[in-house]
Design a protein around this ligand. Structure first.
Ligand code: AMP
Ligand code: MG
Length: 408
């Protein structure tokens, strides 16, 4: 039965309500740096050392003191030795001296400037230093990347590959991160079969569980896959109760609307509480959000595209907040749309988009074609959502649209 149109909740209001219901985890654990990719820092990380730890050369060339730079004419500097990365020149340079130096080698005492090999003129063990070099050039100063005591990474940072390198360069072998959150996942539907089962008439393979498991893996949570649950009240009830017992978040697909065998909302109301269940969006209108005991619950729609859109818009931000992440990168852009788009006023639409470049090298966006909520290939071809707000009824070619990338 269709409820009145005004009972649909706006997308942003739904996101606000979800965010308000989520309190980030506080329990932390100490793990090896090598295992920390994608984990969220549980405390600020400060540097106990300078990086780089010593001044070193940024080039292959010759190191000397800037006091020896000539104003006019060339100056002869005596090449008194060499420094390689890991093999320093241990003496101090005296006026009028230089050493051969390789990238990454320590600058010896008395040296503060490097002339690169390509610009150096040598005769035997003499460097003929020309004017025109800036004092301090081609030198990486001690602590220029990170100074001792700096906050290197903040609490709530989801660790990226470069972060691991940064921490390794500081000699930090273990990190304090929030515990992983657990998500229990099941799909519902009498028509669903496993991927390796033959199909009888009226049956389909369960694709949502593969999509959702992959999205959960990307998000960095532990996923407990509870398989397919049949459209029977008792089975849905048992699955929901068990899932809520073992997980921080329960996600289901299917059975969330108002069809004859759509039990999700009714059983959630019985076992826990329903926060809301209908959103003014397309696709994805039936989304059930609530909780059972301590577990948050997202009942996603069964249509494959709707399940993905609602995961990205509602479940993902909730998971990231729950896992303590505080610095989610911007992932919306304003790009010119190359297509003519039409829609009915009212619901927010999430079209599947592909980003391209026009002749001038500017990024533009177009849709992936047919946009039905069951057409999963429209998602597979896409690299972003084109978001058309409720009041919008038309986009003319060349007009800007909001684009949301499929990034975390
Ligand atoms: P429902 O939300 O249960 O009414 O399902 C809506 C549509 O999505 C129906 O056509 C279902 O067959 C389809 N569907 C439901 N669950 C899945 C799933 N796990 N994988 C693929 N399609 C599904
Ligand atoms: Mg169903």
């Amino acid at each position: 039965m269709e409820a009145k149109k005004d009972s649909l909740l706006g997308v942003e209001e739904a996101q606000r309500r979800i965010s308000a219901a989520i309190t980030p985890v506080t329990e932390c654990e100490q793990i090896a740096l090598g295992d920390s990719l994608g984990r969220v820092l549980g405390a600020d990380l400060c540097s106990s050392a300078d990086v780089p730890p010593y001044a070193n050369s940024a080039m292959d060339g010759y190191a000397f003191n800037s006091a020896d730079l000539p104003d006019i004419g060339k100056r002869d500097l005596k090449i008194v030795g060499a420094a390689l990365a890991g093999k320093p020149y241990s003496a101090a340079l005296r006026p009028g001296e230089c050493i051969r130096i390789m990238t990454g080698a320590v600058l010896p005492q008395g040296a503060d400037t490097v002339v690169m090999q390509e610009q150096a003129e040598c005769a035997g063990d003499t460097l003929l230093l020309a004017p025109g070099h800036a004092p301090g050039q081609h030198v990486r100063r001690a602590g220029e990347d990170i100074a001792r005591g700096d906050v290197v990474l903040k609490c709530g940072r989801r660790l990226q590959p470069a972060d691991l390198g940064l921490l390794a360069s500081l000699g930090i072998a273990t990190v304090n991160v929030y515990r992983r959150i657990r998500v229990a996942l099941f799909t519902t539907g009498d028509e669903l079969r496993e991927v390796d089962e033959p199909l009888d008439a009226g049956q389909i393979h369960d694709s949502n569980r593969y999509v959702l498991r992959a999205l959960l893996t990307q998000a960095g949570v532990t996923c407990v896959d509870m398989g397919i649950v049949r459209d029977r009240r008792e089975q849905v009830r048992a699955a929901l109760a068990r899932a809520a017992d073992i997980a921080d978040v329960v996600i289901s697909s299917g059975g969330a609307s108002a069809g004859e065998t759509d039990y999700i909302r009714e059983i959630l109301a019985e076992l826990g509480e329903v926060n809301f269940w209908r959103i003014a969006m397309k696709p994805g209108k039936p989304l059930v959000f609530g909780r059972i005991g301590r577990a948050h619950f997202f009942g996603l729609p069964g249509n494959p595209v709707s399940a993905m859109v609602t995961f990205y818009q509602f479940a993902l931000p909730a998971l990231l907040k729950l896992m303590g992440m505080q610095d989610r990168a911007a992932h919306t852009l304003l790009l010119n749309c190359t297509e003519h788009l039409k829609k009915a006023a009212g619901r927010t639409e999430f079209l599947r988009g592909v980003i391209e470049h026009d002749a001038a090298g500017q990024m533009t966006v177009r849709t992936t074609g047919a946009q039905g909520s069951g057409i999963l290939s429209s998602m597979s071809k896409a690299d972003c959502f084109i978001i058309l707000p409720g009041p919008c009824t038309e986009v003319t070619p060349g007009a800007p649209v909001t684009v949301q990338l499929f990034t975390l």
